[in-house]
Write a protein that binds this ligand. Structure first.
Ligand code: SF4
Length: 170
């Protein structure tokens, strides 16, 4: 902390410390998209209930619009017909955005090993965390969410290729 020539306080820091602050804010204010596809969605809804209390992690603000969300929890099997819709909604979400594949069906097709179901949602959107189970309990999803927070905490938002590219054009 110092003063500039006008006598105003100036705080200096490192890029790493500033990134930590950004990551802390992002990891503790994730807004999930209200988006359930099958039976796993019931367990996802339960995580927001008083018993499991997703609000402890700052993520209880489930939004009804992809434009207000930065986390897609794919809760349930994804049919071939639903795949393009899911991708369309994902594209409308804010950057940076994350995806949790909740349950065996969304992770790898699960018990639906047939032509009608996409054998893993990672074929259409990038997945950050996979939560195993059929269905995974709300505790499983909370654990997966904590893993996502750990991943966000290791991010380098000011040193990403996209930011460096933009800095070079200045
Ligand atoms: S993983 Fe199990 S509970 Fe979840 S959508 Fe598939 S069949 Fe339903």
């Amino acid at each position: 902390m110092g003063m500039n020539t006008n006598g105003n306080p100036v705080l200096t820091t490192t890029v790493e410390a500033f990134e930590k602050l950004i990551n802390w804010g992002r990891a503790n204010a994730v807004w999930p998209f209200q988006f359930g596809l099958a039976c796993c969605a019931i367990e996802m809804m339960a995580t927001a209930s008083a018993r499991f209390d997703l609000a402890r992690f700052g993520a209880e603000m489930m939004r009804a619009s992809p434009r207000q969300s930065d986390l897609m929890i794919v809760a349930g099997r994804v049919s071939q017909k639903m795949g393009p819709v899911l991708r369309y909604l994902y594209d409308q979400m804010l950057e940076p955005k994350w995806v949790i594949a909740m349950g065996d069906c969304s992770s790898c097709g699960g018990v639906y090993n047939n032509y009608a179901v996409i054998q893993g949602v990672d074929k259409i959107v990038p997945v950050d965390v996979y939560v195993a189970g059929c269905p995974p309990s709300p505790d499983n999803l909370l654990y997966g969410f904590m893993k996502l927070q750990e991943k966000i905490a290791k991010d380098h938002p000011l040193r990403s290729q996209k930011v460096l590219k933009e800095l070079k054009t200045l």
